[in-house]
Design a protein around this ligand. Structure first.
Ligand code: IPD
Ligand code: CA
Ligand code: CA
Length: 260
């Protein structure tokens, strides 16, 4: 029997190969909840590859996926949480920042997290209590101490009713941080943070599969992941604040309107 990490890496590689081979091939997309919520044929095909590998090895495990090709159960000892393409809009536009995201949880605690960008061939892996790696090399979060020295990332909510609130935060961080980035893939943004390429990241209106795998990457790389108030991360709350730990309080102050 394969171990969990080996299986997650194999699934990410196989799905990633499909995405790499079909990137910029002029494929079409369909809309889901609105005009900025896309799905392509490859979201579904990548998901099928991952799900069938897991089901073959661990038929008793629960699987929660974005495209819903399988129904999760709530009695299983382990739950896989999968986003076959995090950053579908980037994929559909030929913009090379998207990732396969595979997280494994047991009793709501992360066990393994894998995020793979097949275009850059960057494989981020974390194992609870064991560490985090990029292409086999250990990674750590940055050591930056202040927002003035920080690269901060975010994403914009699909729900336009949330955009004014988000833009107010964007304005505050544009003033306080050294620079801001919007990546288009929450899993990859968190993985970059884990690798020390960014110092802070917040977002609202997310789904569990957008952050399940990558939250463990940040933690295992020495960073902090919470909700926007600094409380325990709830994958189902939609919100996440992740930092190198050192700028966490400064970001909470801005997000809570305590620092004008
Ligand atoms: C999206 C990406 C994006 C985030 C959206 C997500 P998808 O996932 O992670 O960065 O801002 O909220 O839905 O739809 O490409 O899997
Ligand atoms: Ca996603
Ligand atoms: Ca997706």
């Amino acid at each position: 029997m394969k171990d969990f990490k080996t299986l997650a890496v194999e699934a990410a590689h196989q799905a990633g190969k499909l995405l790499r081979e079909n990137f910029r091939q002029g494929h079409s997309f369909a809309l889901k909840s609105g005009f900025r919520d896309l799905v392509t044929e490859f979201d579904r095909r990548a998901e099928e590859i991952i799900v069938s590998l897991i089901q073959k090895e661990f038929p008793q495990h629960s699987i929660l996926t974005e495209e819903g090709s399988v129904r999760p159960t709530d009695t299983a000892p382990y739950q896989w949480i999968i986003d076959p393409i995090d950053g579908t809009t980037n994929f559909a536009h030929g913009f090379p920042f998207f990732a396969v995201s595979i997280g494994l949880y047991s009793q709501d605690e992360p066990v393994v997290g894998v995020v793979y960008n097949p275009i850059h061939d960057e494989l981020f892996v974390a194992e609870a209590g064991q560490g985090a790696w990029l292409n086999g090399q250990p990674i750590r979060v940055s050591q930056v101490e202040t927002l003035h020295e920080s690269l901060v990332m975010t994403g914009f909510p699909y729900d336009e009713r949330l955009i004014p609130k988000h833009l107010a935060w964007w304005e505050r961080f544009a003033i306080e941080a050294q620079t801001l980035r919007r990546m288009g893939s929450s899993a990859l943004a968190l993985a970059y943070l884990a690798a020390g390429r960014a110092d802070g990241y917040w977002e609202i209106d997310l789904k569990p599969w957008d952050m399940a795998a990558a939250a463990l990457l940040v933690r295992e790389a020495g960073g902090t992941v919470t909700d926007l108030r600094g409380n325990k991360l709830d994958l189902y709350s939609g919100e996440v604040l992740a930092t190198n730990g050192k700028i966490h309080t400064q970001m909470i102050q801005i997000l809570q309107g305590e620092r004008e």
